[in-house]
Design a protein around this ligand. Structure first.
Ligand code: DOR
Ligand code: ZN
Length: 454
């Protein structure tokens, strides 16, 4: 295996050696779009950036822009699982590539769940030869004694504080302390589904997204996040799917990473009444949604993720109380936000930090910026090429989207390690995705700097 490449500082470095491939265009480098040439070596690593880079092959993207590919730290590819017609590692990662994502963090609540080294190895074997993007595999943090062996192999841990699809029950208070104490020994990202089931109003009927929101209120998220903040500062903590501005503020105040999803940014509990709008944690009120959008648009949310959780359309059409929770999104999250950039409602800088740079840093990967030493995982984007999302046309076999009709800007091209995997908006790649694990720089702090300083 090639040694890990550490990102180097500086951007306009000239290299004597000729690049294998040079991509030319308006590239997002050092926080702005600049007419530049990006030299890529035979290993798919960016080696030179400048006004005039020599190379064997050149590809000029014209007026289109060159952006870093995104990292989605939170997806559920359902593989292994009984529902291959809903999603698989193959289909989900092709969807990711079409949506501008070059690396996904795959959650462990598959069937069976990833709770042992054996299951982790089985999942690794499924990724190899099938995945279109790189995949980081999370293991479930359920049993303290299993963690040390899992930590030697996993890309991260996922801790569910509330029961959810495929993982039940949540740890008791005493068990949680033991889990967190053990996890602090392992330098891996710890993504947490932070809802405190003690705060759920289970007596309330769940008939629509408004009553689902009342039943699993924001208080339950706040209680769970406070519980986590009391844990060791050595943990590389990441709060998954924060749904409200106060939750983001709480995490940020302590330097803890958190993510928001497109569904909590763009949909509210008034967007629809049926099971397609059932998700955990729930969609909130329009007022709360608007406040979360402000946090995000003003650059105060570290990470954007999809929580891609496809379920069959038939299952989502069941009565609300029995419909499964979760919505698909790996192919649409970045395109929805690129459309917001095109509309002037979101700064490109804010989006790229949240979708590319910070998630790659959380997962310890040399990507997410166009910089020497970073992998040549790049997108070619044309902001004028907006089109409405049609669930039936997305790559996921689940065949629906909660964002039906929303405008989106899908990347025209996607380059993975210097190889074109999407061309003209179509997938043209091969299953070249690898299983990756974090490579943190020695001494790198476990807690992210607050977004303002990141
Ligand atoms: O809505 C959700 N769906 N929330 C989760 O925590 C799990 C996910 C799923 O796997 O379906
Ligand atoms: Zn999830």
């Amino acid at each position: 295996m090639a040694p890990p490449v550490r990102p180097r500082s500086g951007t306009a470095r000239k290299e004597a050696a000729e690049a294998e491939l040079v991509l030319c265009g308006r590239a997002w480098v050092a926080g702005r779009l600049q007419p530049l040439e990006v030299g890529i070596d035979g290993e798919g690593t960016i080696r030179a950036i400048g006004r005039n880079v020599r190379g064997a092959r050149r590809h000029d993207v014209g007026e289109r822009v060159l952006l870093p590919a995104a990292t989605d730290v939170h997806v559920h590819l359902r593989d292994p699982g009984p529902e291959a017609e809903v999603e698989t590692i193959a289909s989900g990662t092709v969807g990711a590539a079409l949506g501008g994502v070059g690396l996904v963090g795959e959650m462990p609540n598959t069937e069976p769940a990833v709770t042992s080294v054996e299951r982790l190895e089985e999942k690794e074997a499924r990724v190899r030869g099938r995945a279109a993007t790189d995949v980081l595999l999370y293991a479930a943090a359920l049993e303290p004694r299993a963690l040390a062996a899992l930590a030697r192999r996993a890309g991260g841990f996922k801790l569910y504080l509330a029961p959810t699809t495929g993982i039940d029950p949540a740890p008791e208070a005493g068990q949680l302390d033991a889990l967190l104490a053990e996890l602090a020994h392992h330098d891996l990202p710890l993504a947490v589904h932070a809802e405190d089931p003690g705060r759920f109003r289970t007596g309330l009927a769940a008939v629509d997204p408004v009553s689902w929101d009342e039943r699993r209120p924001v208080d339950a998220e706040e209680s769970a996040v406070r519980r986590l903040l009391a844990a060791s500062a050595w943990l590389r903590l990441h709060v998954a799917h924060a749904t409200a501005a106060p939750i983001v503020a709480l995490a940020r105040a302590r330097g803890v990473s958190c993510e928001v999803t497109a569904q909590h940014l763009l949909l509210s509990n008034a967007s629809g009444r049926d099971g397609r709008f059932k998700v955990n944690p729930p969609l909130r009120s329009e007022l709360a949604r608007a406040a979360l959008w402000r946090e995000f648009a003003e650059g105060r949310v570290p990470i954007l993720a999809s929580d891609h959780a496809p379920h069959a359309a038939l299952a989502k059409a069941l009565p609300f109380d029995v419909a499964p929770s979760g919505v698909p999104g790996v192919q649409t999250t970045v395109p929805l936000m690129l459309a917001k950039v095109g509309e002037g409602k979101l700064a490109l800088d804010v989006l790229l930090r949240a979708a590319c740079d910070r998630p790659a840093r959380l997962l310890g990967q040399p990507m997410g910026r166009i910089a020497p030493g970073h992998r040549a995982n790049l997108l070619v984007v044309e902001f004028r090429s907006r089109r409405p999302i049609r669930g039936a046309q997305l790559r996921s076999p689940c065949g629906w989207s909660p964002f039906e009709g929303f405008p989106a800007v899908f990347p025209v091209e996607h380059w993975h390690d210097g190889e074109r995997v999407v061309d003209g908006g179509e997938y043209v790649g091969r299953p070249c995705g690898r299983v990756v694990r974090p490579e943190y720089a020695p001494g790198a702090a476990a807690r992210l700097p607050p977004p303002e300083r990141a």
